[in-house]
Design a protein around this ligand. Structure first.
Ligand code: E4P
Length: 249
């Protein structure tokens, strides 16, 4: 079970890497745009390389920016030349249900030995077909599934069962986190990886009652410090004893 961060923000990524809690990064065109990566493939290249270096050898997923068959293959082959820990994200089908994508996934994995993260999936059946096509990672969008009134935990359990019972190698990434609770629940349901939005990752760490408890401990440690018993060194003791004797004489 692993935690990835769902972000293109290098500062956030470095922060969590230093904590030793991260084992990968996922991005998509919306996340990269939000994190300021503008201007096309060259900018994506520079940014992807910086993240890839920062988290190496852990995987970073970069999504193709076209759904045209040959362009997806061409982009995927280029992305992988940027760094050996880049994984290419390909959607399970096109924007209007185009079915080329599974063929592209199969070509990339089997012909070019390129690791593919099949993305934008909402169901166990989509994940299973992507796995049969050879996908290394299958990404279920948990928050969007729940948003549609389905329970993504059922899709996670079904997908994990299919993988385990068929001894398949693919790893389930569940993304589209909406609340802190999602993370542990989805891992327990069978996700190999949950990719978490940075704010929710912080929310997993910081607990209001922990704050209160640590404040109390620090307060009492300080109080104990301030009320430290006055220790008198031997010379002072001797001097006052001598003074006492003299006055009594
Ligand atoms: C992860 O790989 C996905 O691209 C991401 O989690 C989607 O999240 P969203 O539903 O918040 O856009």
């Amino acid at each position: 079970m692993s935690i990835f961060v769902d972000s293109g923000d290098i500062k956030e990524i470095r922060k969590f890497m230093k904590m030793g809690i991260l084992q990968g990064v996922t991005t998509n065109p919306t996340i990269l745009l939000k994190d300021g990566v503008k201007g096309g493939i060259d900018q994506i290249k520079d940014h992807a390389r910086e993240i890839a270096d920062t988290i190496h050898p852990y995987p970073i997923s970069i999504e193709v920016t076209s759904n045209e068959k040959d362009e997806m293959v061409q982009q995927a082959r280029e992305f992988c030349r940027w760094s050996d820990n880049i994984v290419v994200k390909i959607a399970i089908h096109g924007p209007n249900g185009e079915l080329d994508n599974l063929e592209v996934i199969h070509i990339l994995e089997k012909q070019y030995d390129i690791r593919v993260n099949v993305t934008a999936m909402m169901s166990a059946q989509q994940c299973f077909l992507a796995i049969l096509a050879g996908a290394t990672y299958v990404s279920l969008f948990g928050g969007r599934v729940n948003n549609m009134g389905y329970n993504c935990i059922e899709e996670i359990k079904k997908t994990r069962k299919l993988i385990d019972e068929s001894a398949l190698k693919a790893k389930i990434i569940v993304g589209s986190t909406r609340e802190v609770l999602n993370v542990v629940e989805w891992l327990i349901a069978g996700a190999h990886i949950v990719t978490v939005a940075p704010k929710l990752l912080e929310g997993m760490i910081v607990h209001p009652y922990t704050k209160e408890t640590v404040q109390q401990f620090l307060r009492d440690a300080k109080k104990a410090e301030e009320t430290r018993p006055v220790r008198t060194d031997i010379r002072t003791l001797a001097a006052s004893a001598k003074k006492k004797v003299i006055t009594e004489l």
